[in-house]
Design a protein around this ligand. Structure first.
Ligand code: CUA
Length: 155
């Protein structure tokens, strides 16, 4: 089969771009902890007010010493607010929603998850720098979406 030179060049360019994109996903996953969530846990979004963990959104220390923050996002606030966590220590966030789809992003860090009604999004992150951070909702959730902000205090 005869393939024109220009066609060969463009096929190589196309294949190289695919390899480049796949490589950038791999590098991001391995060096910057940019990974799709793999935690699947369901929760009844209509019964969060009676849920043993999410009823009073909290920051707690588990018996094994890890810090766990349970967050409920509802129109148009996060609970608890403010959230206080220690610096230089892994913090596990468990985020869910009581109504519609929200986002949970700690601005300036790569703490970023979706708050999905019916599911618990979980991720663990360490904050090296103490200070006050803005927690923003990054999924359009209604008329006051732009005002849905919280505060994270790293001590
Ligand atoms: Cu909650 Cu946008």
């Amino acid at each position: 089969m005869h393939i024109e030179l220009y066609e060969k060049i463009w096929m190589w360019i196309g294949a190289s771009i695919i390899v480049l994109f796949l490589g950038s996903i791999l590098v991001g996953a391995m060096t910057a902890a940019i990974q799709p969530p793999s935690h699947i846990e369901t929760v009844d979004p209509t019964a969060l007010s009676k849920h043993p963990e999410f009823a009073a959104g909290s920051v707690r220390k588990d018996p094994d010493g890890r810090v766990v923050v349970s967050v409920v996002a509802t129109m148009f606030a996060f609970g608890p607010d403010p959230i206080e966590v220690p610096a230089n220590q892994p913090v596990t966030f468990r985020v869910t929603s009581g109504d519609v789809l929200h986002g949970f992003e700690v601005v300036g860090t790569n703490a970023n998850a979706m708050a999905i009604p019916g599911y618990v999004s979980q991720f663990t992150i360490t904050f090296p720098r103490p200070g006050e951070y803005v927690v923003a909702c990054h999924e359009y959730c209604g008329l006051m979406h732009h005002a849905m902000v919280g505060k994270l205090i790293v001590k």
